[in-house]
Ligand binder design. Structure first.
Ligand code: FES
Length: 511
């Protein structure tokens, strides 16, 4: 075991994608301005939208609350694939062949579109064609895998059934998709972002959207100025502006954990994902003169598992069980929006909001869906026909497919709202150890406390600034996470991820 690996989960997570690329340094918005399109969020969707729209002659402004390409884009597994777990047989059964066909065609197109953008812009981003596999070690999944192969073939995907993969454990069967790909997401996105500023277009970092007012044009209010725009695109992962689209009631947030390790053996190539849970995803990545192996899994609903560090430990165990691990160099976690009917929401934010758009709910498959989202929104702004409008329409209503999940998600939210308020923690300030956080009791109140490595105590009101759920401490990331809709806050209370846009109230002892 690598020296220090025992302490790995206590250290701050570090994404390989972020660590291996330069930090960006775009300015903060400092004066009011006017553009054609304001884009809220500087991840894969936001930058892709800006890239397409600037090429069409629009003046755009990307507004990012922190640094671009550091949120979900900086923490993804970066698989560019139309293989989204076992989905096609289910899509055909739930929505019919036409809708499933739109989904498949869009994602196959997206792989080639990303390849085209890379070639046109001469981007060096470790783009490699790979087959993708969903494998199972259990007889129980064989029928589902066989059905998936047939469904995918029916929709025009090059799919096949495989029984022998070069994995270090036996499998019962797998579905293989050919001509998929992988890349380094920041090496891809940062050069594209460099093309945005200039000729009336901008990227602003450290600029947080606070509200949107008016219509035709919209005024985007940020913490450092206002931007007036005819069109607004909400590209902030979980929509930080909802416009009565009730996205918080139609999605939940799921966290996943990743390790990047050096192993003694040569990785056989390919991208792998288990059919069964807890999921295990594997791919390699060129690294210096060798390679890293990325192991990802252990997903769970945000804010609903007490010890996030335990998930890293389980991945470590899996790695050591199956590989000769030399060292684990990076570990990080990410968060994904899970829509209730398994299909992302891309298009007009509501059926009545003519010039406001959203792209969210990518359900862990953000690389292809980001580019699909950007192209679809570009086409809608330009009044062009897009072949995938129907499948991704955010205003679709799919009662049979969604109602059970809708009630599950919102019953969970109601439970968290009520039980969180009733819960008076047993711990007090005295129980807190160094680098430990917890909800504690002070004078009958529930207070969020974290003791840092210099023994300084940071106290916040652990009530989510979005809709008031009680936050849970995340021991692996040292954050306050919301079990209701997935907002996350630093231990000093600043927003890391929305839908919340306001910081937590800081508490001073004696207040
Ligand atoms: Fe909605 Fe916290 S994210 S209540």
């Amino acid at each position: 075991m690598h020296v220090g690996e025992d302490n790995m989960v206590k250290e701050k997570s570090n994404s390989y994608w972020i660590a291996s690329t330069k930090e960006t340094n775009y300015p903060k918005l400092s004066e009011d301005l006017s553009v054609d399109v304001a884009i809220i969020g500087g991840g894969m969707v936001g930058i892709s939208c800006a890239y397409y729209l600037k090429n069409e002659g629009f003046k755009v402004a990307v507004i990012e609350a922190k640094r671009i390409a550091e949120g979900v884009t900086g923490n993804t597994t970066a698989k560019i694939t139309a293989q989204h777990h076992l989905i096609y047989d289910s899509l055909i059964r739930k929505f019919g062949e036409e809708i499933a066909q739109q989904y498949a065609s869009a994602n196959i197109w997206a792989i080639e579109e990303i390849a085209k953008i890379i070639e046109q812009n001469n981007i060096d981003c470790d783009f490699i064609r790979q087959p993708a596999y969903i494998y199972t070690q259990s007889e129980d999944y064989i029928k589902q895998i066989e059905d998936e192969v047939k469904a995918a073939q029916k929709l025009g995907i090059k799919a096949s059934f495989d029984t022998s993969l070069s994995l270090p454990f036996p499998i019962k069967g797998a579905v293989r998709f050919d001509h998929q790909a992988q890349f380094h997401p920041r090496k891809y996105l940062l050069p594209l972002a460099e093309k945005i500023p200039g000729e009336g277009s901008f990227i602003f970092e450290n600029t947080r959207m606070k509200n949107i007012e008016g219509e035709n044009p919209y005024t985007v209010i940020t913490d450092s100025g206002k931007i007036t725009a005819t069109y607004v695109i909400i590209a902030s992962h979980f929509p930080v502006y909802d416009h009565f689209g009730f996205y918080f009631a139609r999605m939940y947030e799921s966290r996943t954990y990743a390790l990047a390790m050096k192993i003694k053996e040569k990785f056989p190539g390919g991208m792998y994902l288990s059919a069964e849970s807890p999921s295990r995803s594997l791919r390699s990545q060129p690294y210096e003169d060798g390679e890293l192996v990325l192991l990802v899994g252990e997903e769970h609903k945000t804010g609903q598992h007490k010890e996030a560090a335990e998930h890293y430990r389980k991945l470590q165990e899996f790695a050591h069980e199956h590989y000769n691990v030399e060292t684990i160099l990076y570990h990080w976690s990410t968060q994904d929006c899970m829509p209730i009917d398994d299909i992302p929401y891309i298009g007009r934010i509501t059926s009545t909001a003519a010039n406001m758009y959203v792209a969210t709910g990518f359900k862990k498959w953000g690389m292809t869906h980001s580019i699909i989202g950007a192209a679809l929104i570009r086409d809608q702004i330009m009044n062009r026909q897009n072949p995938w409008e129907e499948v991704y329409d955010p205003s679709r209503f799919t009662p049979l497919q969604s109602i059970k999940k809708f009630f599950e998600i919102n019953a969970d939210v109601a439970k968290e709202l009520i039980s969180g308020k009733l819960e008076i923690p047993e711990d007090t300030l005295r129980d807190l150890k160094e680098e430990e956080g917890s909800a504690i009791e002070i004078e009958g109140r529930r207070i969020g406390a974290y003791k840092d490595d210099k023994d300084e105590i940071h106290l916040v009101d652990p009530t989510c600034s979005h809709m008031g759920c009680e936050l849970k401490w995340n021991d692996a990331e040292k954050t306050w996470d919301c079990p209701c809709h997935g907002s996350r806050f630093t231990y000093t209370g600043e927003v890391i991820e929305g839908p919340a846009v306001n910081s937590l109230k800081r508490i001073k002892l004696g207040e």
